[in-house]
Structures are given as structure tokens and as C-alpha cells.
Ligand binder design. Sequence first.
Ligand SMILES: Nc1ncnc2c1ncn2[C@@H]1O[C@H](COP(=O)(O)OP(=O)(O)O)[C@@H](O)[C@H]1O
Ligand SMILES: [Mg+2]
Length: 592
Amino acid sequence: MTILVTGNLVRSLKPSTQGLARIRQARQRITLERGWAIDRPQWLEQASQYLPLEKNGKGMMSASVGISTWKRFLAGKPIKATNFKAFCQVLGLNWQEIVDADTVICPQGGTEHEEASITHHAPKQEVGENLIQNSKSSLAKVGIVTGTAKTPTSRKIQNRVDWGEAMDVSVFYGRTEELATLKQWIVQDNCRLVGLLGMGGIGKTSLSVKFAQQVQHEFKCAIWRSLQNAPPVNDILATLIQILSNQQETPANLPENTSFRITRLIEYLRFSRCLIILDNAESIMQAGAVAFQYRPGYEGYGELIKRVGETFHRSCLILTSCEKPQELAALEGESLPVRVLKLTGLHEKEARAIFQAKGTFTGTPEEWKELIQHYVGNPLALNMVASAIRDVFGSSISDFVKPLKAEAWDFTDISQLLERQFNRLTDLELEVIYWLALDREALEFSDLKDEIISPQLKQQLPEILKCLTRKSLLEINNGLFTLQPMVMGYVTNLLIAKIYEEIETISINLLNSHALYKAQAKDSVRDTQIRLILKPINDRLIHRFRGKSNLEKQFDKILSDWQTKYPLTPGYIADNMINLLNLLKSDGKEKI
Ligand SMILES: Nc1ncnc2c1ncn2[C@@H]1O[C@H](COP(=O)(O)OP(=O)(O)O)[C@@H](O)[C@H]1O
Ligand SMILES: [Mg+2]
């Protein structure tokens, strides 16, 4: 196809027959989603955001386009090239896929690449500056523009970052190649969707945070969020839109419909160059499913991934995950704007640095190699193993590697490694781990202490936290304690299995020592507790007791037995049983 190159010449473009059909489809979808009738001024306001600035006296102002041009465009008639491209952008279409090849002329010296760069890369003038002149535009109100100077060129667009609860990556070794690849893809090639995949503990989260820190200045806005607690897609969309709109749009004034929210998000992704990282995407996928599946109710994430990958915009979404979402698989390609980086383990030098940070270890070069290869350079595994070798094997790599060779200690698999770590924990350490899994969020020492009942545990808490940190099971960030993410997933499953067993066999322990649901916690924490802990417990029990009414009887029995036998014992059992019962009665509405 020949391609028009901009210059002083004004060229006209019109859509191909197929292009026109796509224009109509896109226009209808947006009308449906946003309620803009065909002749509403919003189309023109939006389009003017994508038009180049024009001279206005001494300053610059955004160009405008009239309703008759819009109607000519919709009718498939030729219009000025800049307007044509702007309208395509409003409709979320790539103009090069829409245009009638015969109307496109390649003047001397022009190359396809030059013109493509106008569409695929951020415009020379920041789109935000266009907007300042356009006070009617809803996006102009988003407030990412600061300063009071009168001309747009003198205004600065503020860079904003929102790291959420991103982990501390001050200790970070190697990964120079991976960081360079990500930079090439995202900053230079303008990829709009990138999957960062790899097994648990391999370093996806750390790399994503490090990368975001390194390139944040390239973006108007950089946001990092974890999906570890499986937030509903509408909540995540609301959070993102709220941040991107500089708090102008709140959940209350956003449409309930997920597709509409995604459309709104994409508007912001077009409007300015943003980097969004969603970590732990495997949390929204069905564990143990044979074929790839989202958890029930989380299918909206599929639409989000698909549309962010397919639609033209100037931003990038990075997803980190152990599993590859099918939408990513369908869209990815080496020279496409959707790519996947598969993360492998650390090199030997960096792997050894992890050990060195924990002390001095002894071993021959072969033993070191063997150890690191055994754990495929997985930094989480290496961290845990380093702690174990230091504490149990007197820091001797040789003593550890010998049984490894004899296959007496075969736990290549991370979950086996975790299991082994867990089998070595004391009861008090386990109690703390269970609390941290139930709390879901990082919390202060005093909050953790307050919820614990056992006086012995309260007293020994500082010592126990120190031990768990040494064992690399805990993370401490700004004085707040939480579990290492992989550990959190593992403990949650363990906890569910234990509570299930306690209810099934009426042998009460955790059910009284720990609160499964914290009525006074933040909404998001309570929602997570219901979704990830209480509901899975109930679901399994309903199956086991063949129906809700039998299970209700079991709950009643547990509670009345306990109250008869231990009326004065402090604990959480009554609250727990009532909460499980209320959830059971709420008929799957997931409300207590
Ligand atoms: N490049 C690295 N250098 C040092 N430690 C690392 C590195 N990458 C990961 N880690 C450590 O390994 C552990 C697991 O990393 P994480 O990023 O949480 O893995 P994932 O997200 O793949 O499960 C964390 O404790 C982290 O601090
Ligand atoms: Mg992670």
C-alpha cells in the first residue's frame, strides 16, 4: 500500500468499503456505550484532542473540526487527512487499516515508516496540551496539567506515579538483559500489552517494580497494582480511572457496565502515555483448571486484556503472571505491539549474591553450581534455601548438596520446598503465619499483636517475626509485615483445608484462635476474606455435607457444643461460625 506523508500539502483521505463498515460498527458501539447521538458535539471535542496544534497569534491552540466534516467522514467521503486520522482515533481504529489505499499518495521522499510513526508513536505535541484550549472537553478537566501560564507550550504536564503496595526492590541483582528488552519493547517500540511470565518466585514482581522505577519519567502516569487478592475487574478499572483522571472520576460516577469502564480507561490510555502494571494475574484465573479459565465472575479481565491489546493507544499494560491468559496468547507476536517475556532464573553470579547477602557459605564451585541449577536460579527458592543452609547446615553448601545428590531431599518444585519449610515451623510461628494470611494486607506490629489471643504468642511475637524473616517467609515494607506473595497463596490453601477439617471432624483449634473475617477491616479486605477464604470453605463443606441445611446443622452443633464445654474461653469461634452461617444463608450473594 502507498502511504500519504504529511507536509505542506493537504491531502484528503476516505475509507475503503471495509473500512467504512468498521467505522459504522465502532460509531454504533460508542453511541451505545456513551449515549452520544450521531450529531453530538462530543465527537468533535474528542477529535480535536487528536488534531495538531495550530498557530493562534503568538501562541498555539488546538485545531477544531466541524459537524459537516464528521458527517462526510461517516458517509465515506474524502476529508482532510488530519481530520480523518483524528476521527479514526476517536473510534479506536487504526487509520491505516481503514483508509482506501487509492486515496493515499506517497510524495517524494516520504516513507511508510514516517507516516506510521505519526499514528503509532506519541504525537510531537503532547495531546494534553491540545486539550488545554478545549475547555469543553471532559478530558481537559482531568487535571494532569498543572501550572498557570497562559500558552499551552509553557504548561507542564505533571508526571504521576502510584505504586500501590509495590514491593521494596532495593536489593535487586542482575536482570540487565530483561530490563533492556522491556525498555526496547515498551519505550521504543510502543508495545501496548506485555506479559511478564514465569514460575512463582522467579522474580516477576521484583522485575516489574524495578522496570517501572527505571522508566517512570517516560510516562505521564505510572501505576502498579497487585491482583493477588483477586479484586473484581470493575474495582480495578475504577481505581485506574480514578488515578488517571486525577481523582476527577470516582466509582460513583462511573458506569456499572465493565465494557463501558474499559472504554473509559482506553480513552485515558490514548489521552496520555501511561504505564500500568497489574501483578499476579494468575490470581484471577481458575486454579487447577485443565484448560485455561478465569475464575467465575472474572471474565471481564479477559475483555480488558483483549481490548487494551487490540485497540490503538499510546500506553502500555504489563501483566505479570504464572499462566498466560488466552487473550495474550492470541494477540502476541515478535513484531506486534503485544509481546511476552518469559522470565527464567538468575545467573550464577546473581544467585550467589543472594547467599552472600545472608552470610558466608562454604562450598566448591561445582557444589554452588549444582545447588543453583537444582533451584533453576529461582530467587525465592534460593532465598529460602540459603536461610535453611545457614540455620540447619552451618552454612555448608557441601552438607546440603550431598543429600540433594542422593535425592533424599528432592523438592525442586517450589510448593514442595514450601511444604518442607512449613513442616519445620513451630506452632507459634505457624499461628503468626495464619494471621498474616487472614489479614491479607501488610499490617503494623501493634495491629498484629492486638488480634492475637494467646498471651504466650503475644509475648514472643517480636522474636517470632524475626525468625520468620530469617526464613524468608515474611516481607517487611516500611515497618509493615506481610507474607511473601507465594507464601500467601500457599498458606491460604492450607488454612482453608485446615478449617474445613476442623468443621468436618469437630476438632476446634484455628477456628477459635483466629478470626476468619474482620468486621472492622476495610471493605476491600473484608471482600477478599469472603471471596478467598470463607466462600471456598463453605463451598467445599456444602459438597461434603450434601447441602446447606445439613451444614447449617453442623455449624449449630459446633457452636452449642463449644458454648456448653468452654463457656468462658476467649476466642473467635462464635464470630467465625456466625459469619460462615450468614454467608451460607446469603445464597451466594457473597455478603455477610
Ligand atoms: N533480581 C533479584 N535480585 C534479588 N532478589 C530477587 C530478584 N528477583 C526476585 N528476588 C527475590 O525473590 C523473591 C521472589 O521474587 P518475586 O518478584 O516475588 O517473584 P514472583 O513475582 O515471580 O513470584 C522475592 O523475595 C524477591 O525479593
Ligand atoms: Mg509476584
